[in-house]
Design a protein around this ligand. Structure first.
Ligand code: ZN
Length: 262
């Protein structure tokens, strides 16, 4: 599947593009939800506080540096504490999405974890899902509760009681796919329940699919995102698309894949 290759994009651009997709598809409200990316320097790029998602631009995205310095035109999202707590709990994550999508929020209010075994792809993409007890939005307490749920069971998706959902990923596209699929499952489970019994697949049926998928992946390279160097220099390094979109910060992606500020 050809998909958005975030590896070639500046963190500001990635956040802006994915927030646009989430907001325009009705998966969060104007004020609810936020996205962050941790770069190779350990700095965290995040959506600002109190900026309408419908009019957000790349210039609005804020950077909270490792030493706590804030760079940007706005204050970072009030939910920054839990983004930071999750990045500290699971260093392998580099992207976090938090949103208030109607399907997942309904499950968070009913205090039910959706069974994603309704279709084999969903279970594979979403993995096991955690459930964090309620905490006041924006508080350190909420951060601790969510980070503990991520850390204890190595979850990459955690439903927040009477609030929303938070998802982690190896990059932003990985987190976004998990988010979109999980919300699809929640809405589908509710719709199926209106028609009749919600039947799920067995573990055997799902592992057969995963086995088939892995074989397919090995043979054809399917699903692997291969970044092309659009403007490589003589060392084989390449410039991400921030240069084309006019972002001030200058980044260079090294040959090992991490972003380096120039
Ligand atoms: Zn929220």
């Amino acid at each position: 599947m050809k998909q958005l290759d975030v590896k070639l994009m500046h963190p500001k651009e990635q956040i802006n593009v994915i927030i646009g997709r989430i907001y325009r598809s009705g998966m969060t409200t104007t004020s609810g939800g936020n996205i962050s990316i941790k770069d190779g320097n350990g700095d965290i790029w995040i959506k600002p506080s109190a900026v309408d998602k419908g009019s957000l631009t790349v210039k609005d995205i804020v950077c909270v540096k490792k030493d706590g310095t804030i760079v940007g035109q706005h204050k970072p999202s009030s939910e920054f504490p839990f983004h930071n707590a999750i990045f500290e709990a699971l260093p392998e994550l580099t992207a976090i999405i938090h949103a208030h999508p109607p399907g997942l929020v309904a499950f968070s209010i009913a205090r039910v974890v959706p069974d994603t075994s309704i279709v084999p792809q969903a279970r594979k993409i979403c993995g096991e899902i955690g459930f964090a007890p309620y905490g006041c939005p924006g508080s350190e307490d909420l951060g601790k509760k969510i980070a503990a749920e991520f850390k204890n069971k190595k979850y990459k998706a955690v439903i927040m009681e009477n609030h929303g959902v938070v998802l982690g990923g190896s990059d932003l596209m990985d987190a976004y796919q998990r988010f979109e699929t999980l919300e699809f499952c929640c809405r589908t489970i509710v719709n199926a329940g209106r028609i009749g019994k919600v039947n799920t697949l067995t573990d055997e049926q799902i592992s057969k699919y995963i086995h088939h998928f892995q074989k397919h992946l090995t043979i054809y390279g399917c699903g692997i995102s291969i970044g092309r160097a659009r403007n490589p220099n003589r060392n084989g390094e390449y410039y991400p698309s921030c240069l084309r979109s006019g972002i001030d910060d200058f980044y260079l992606r090294n040959r090992f894949g991490s972003l380096e500020r120039q």
